[in-house]
Each structure stands twice: as C-alpha cells, then as structure tokens.
Design a protein around this ligand. Structure first.
Ligand code: ATP
Ligand code: MG
Length: 400
C-alpha cells in the first residue's frame, strides 16, 4: 500500500496570521514528525483572486515560508515547496477536470460566498471556478491521506474525495474483468443490467448501502443467471481495485475557525487579523481597542463573557483558572475590560517570542531559505512524477 502522507497548502496572498497558526500550522508541527509531510505554497491558487496584481505574489511566497519556519515547521522533517515549480500539479488538474461535473463546482459553498465577499475583484473566471479542481490535484498528486486545513476547506476536501472515487472507477479497473461483467450482466436483461451498473456505481462512488442491497435483490430475484454468474456479479459489486488515486481526509484543530478581532473568522479580507510576526505595540493596541460586551459602559456595569469577542480569544490563550477569573470578574464587575484583556495580550506575546527568534535566522541569511525550498521542490517533483506516470498509464496516455 501507499505510504501515509500529509499534504497542505497556503496561498501567498500576504503574511500569515494567528488564524493560520491555530487553525492549521500547529497541527503541521505535530504531524511533521509522524508522517512524510508535503507543505506547499500554492502560488497558482493566489492567482485565482490576484490575477490582476501578480506582482505581490513572489514577495509573499518568501514571507509565507518564513512564517512557517517561524511557527516551528522543521525543514529536515517536512518537504517545503512552491506549487508552480512542480508543473505536474497543472497536468493532473487538467486530467481530473475532464471528468469533474460542472455542477459539483457550482455548488461549493465558498464559490458564491467569495464572489460576494470579494466584490472589488472580478471572479467570474474559469480559474476561480476551477479552484477546487486544482486543489484536488495538489492533494491527489501526493496520494496524501491527511490534509490539515481550516474548517472552510472541508467542502473542498469532500469534493477531492469524490474526484478521486470517480477517477478510480473510470480508470483503475481491470479491463478483462470489466468486459466479463458486461457479458454476464447482459443475461439480466437490458433494463436490469443497466440498473445493476447504476447501483454498483452509487455504491462505489457514494458508499450507498441501499444501492448495494437493491443490487443484491436484483441478482437474487433473477431466474436467468447460473450460480456462477450470480456469484461473479455479486463479487463484482465489491471488486477491490488497485486505487490509482487515494481519498484524503481533512484534519481539523480545535480552533478550525479561529475568530478575529471582530469575532468573525480571522481573515485578511475582513481586516480583523493579528499577524504572526506583527510588532508588539500593534498587537497590544489591537487587543486593547477590541470591542467587549456593549453592556459594560462603565467599570461598575456587569457584563456577560458570551457577548464579548475577547472571550473567544480566552478560549485559545488562557487556561481554565484564568477563564474562571474572567467569568466571575466580568459578571460581577469585579475586573475591568483592560484587566481581562491582559492575559490574552500576554499569551499572544509569549507564543510569538520564539517565532520571532526563529524567523530572524532566515531574514539574516535568505540563502538558507532558498536552499530549503530548492531542495523541497526537487523532492516534491520526484514524488509527483511517479504518481503522474501511474495516472497517465491508467488513462491510456502511455505512447511507449
Ligand atoms: P485569509 O482568509 O486571511 O485571506 P486565506 O483563507 O486566503 O487567508 P488560505 O491560503 O486560503 O488563506 O488558507 C490557508 C489555510 O489556513 C486554510 O487551510 C484555511 O482553512 C486556514 N485558515 C485561514 N484562516 C483561518 C482561521 N481564521 N481559522 C482557522 N483556519 C484558517
Ligand atoms: Mg481561504
């Protein structure tokens, strides 16, 4: 079987923030010592929204790598690389795109949502609609099983699984057995044979147990099959195939939707972020001016943590006893909002200190970073080439 690999990517559209750290990067730092990990800066994905301003991408690529290393990603364990340096990503995207129904893409929740949200950009493009196909190719190209991402990516992962299942059904089967199945199924009569294959399809692509049961009853009720034919068709429903592509699963952290300064999901496009390497004075200022429970106009007014945006950050940065202190202090007006914010500020700055130190090394000597990434791109290309060879062979694009 294939090795248990991890793949994840980030778009170089700016420096990273605490949402990226708690939502995803923390998971990466744990996974890197357990599995072979492929971490990719997906520059082509950045172009889906920034095709008019590609000039910002290169600078951001290096910033993102530094952020990763700052967060504790170890280049001796994980493979760090740039998507466009491994052209196989685009080849696989093109090939799986051939069999991906348009309706799957149109119903992805982020598709309409992002179009609404990013009104200042014209996103009615082929590239933007196809984003999930490219993302599926990124993951499938490494036969990754685990994909540590934020909650917003879960629908993309589900589509990646569907794309893999469809690909395997179309191209991974053994053609002799397949031909035999058509010959034997014919004996069921045209209508039932068609139904048999449709039910098998539903079972194999969607894991539909009812479809399997219905196919069983068609076989049991048929008078025209010999015992051997029936047995063959029974087992063909379940035929274990050599999977060319592997179905991945999303891995989420407990902060898979890390809130920002305004309580919405932390995101650059909402302007509610705290950067991973942001200046201390700016972090302090941002937290100190965060909105709290509007009922607390004055110090003597009691409040309710559930109505306070800072409370969500306490969930990430503070331990149980501090949270208890906040709850009691807020409800009894025993502490002020600035007192309450201090442990969050302290928590963020404490977490940030080692990151700043790690980042400095690469800022002082950028060639260190170039070497890591050159090395990573080469490793990724080697892996990608192997899988693409299998994909081309399976699709009959061999020409040798
Ligand atoms: P932004 O929304 O700030 O522009 P992004 O979503 O464009 O960032 P991506 O490269 O698309 O950045 O996302 C990188 C990864 O970080 C994805 O797995 C995404 O789910 C995750 N992520 C981004 N923001 C958050 C957040 N606030 N909480 C949890 N995970 C997040
Ligand atoms: Mg995103």
């Amino acid at each position: 079987m294939y090795p248990e690999r991890v793949f994840s990517g980030m778009r170089p559209t700016g420096s990273l923030h605490l949402g990226h750290y708690h939502g995803v990067l923390k998971n990466w730092t744990v996974l890197q010592s357990k599995y072979p990990c492929f971490f990719c800066v997906v520059d082509w994905h950045a172009l889906t929204t920034h095709y008019e301003t590609p000039g910002v991408i290169e600078k951001n690529v290096w910033e993102v790598f530094i952020d990763w290393l700052a967060a504790g990603i170890d280049p001796n364990q994980a493979t760090l690389f740039i998507q466009s340096k491994v052209p196989e990503h685009s080849e696989l995207a093109l090939l799986i795109g051939m069999s991906t129904p348009l309706s799957w893409l149109e119903r992805v929740p982020t598709y309409k949502e992002q179009m609404e949200k990013l009104k200042e950009r014209d996103l009615s493009t082929y590239g933007f609609l196809g984003y999930p196909v490219l993302m599926a190719a990124d993951i499938l190209l490494y036969r990754a099983i685990h994909v540590p991402v934020g909650e917003d990516q879960v629908p993309h992962l589900e589509m990646t699984r569907q794309i893999a299942r469809r690909f395997n059904r179309l191209y991974s089967s053994d053609s002799i057995v397949e031909e035999k199945s058509y010959q034997v199924a014919k004996k069921l009569g045209k209508k039932h044979a068609r139904l048999y294959f449709a039910l098998r399809h539903s079972y194999q692509e969607q894991g539909d147990g009812e479809a399997l049961a219905q196919a069983h009853s068609i076989l049991l009720e048929s008078n025209s099959l010999s015992i051997r034919d029936r047995e063959f068709l029974f087992s063909y429903l379940e035929v274990a195939r050599k999977r060319i592509l592997v179905e991945p699963k999303a891995l989420l952290t407990s902060a898979s939707r890390m809130p920002g300064l305004d309580g919405q999901k932390m995101s650059k496009s909402y302007g509610n972020t705290i950067g991973l390497r942001e200046a201390k004075s700016s972090i302090v200022q941002k937290i100190r001016t965060m909105q709290t429970d509007p009922a607390r106009v004055q110090l003597k007014d009691p409040g309710d943590p559930e109505k306070c945006k800072v409370w969500q950050l306490h969930q990430v940065y503070c331990n149980e006893s501090t949270r208890e202190w906040v709850k009691v202090g807020c409800k009894t007006a025993g502490i002020g909002c600035l007192d309450c914010k201090q442990p969050v500020i302290d928590g963020i700055l404490r977490e940030q200190q080692p990151m700043l130190e790690r980042a400095q090394k690469y800022m002082d000597d950028p060639s260190l970073l170039r070497d890591i990434v050159d090395d990573g791109c080469e490793k990724a290309r080697k892996s990608a080439k192997e899988v693409m060879q299998d994909v081309r062979d399976a699709m009959g694009l061999k020409y040798s």
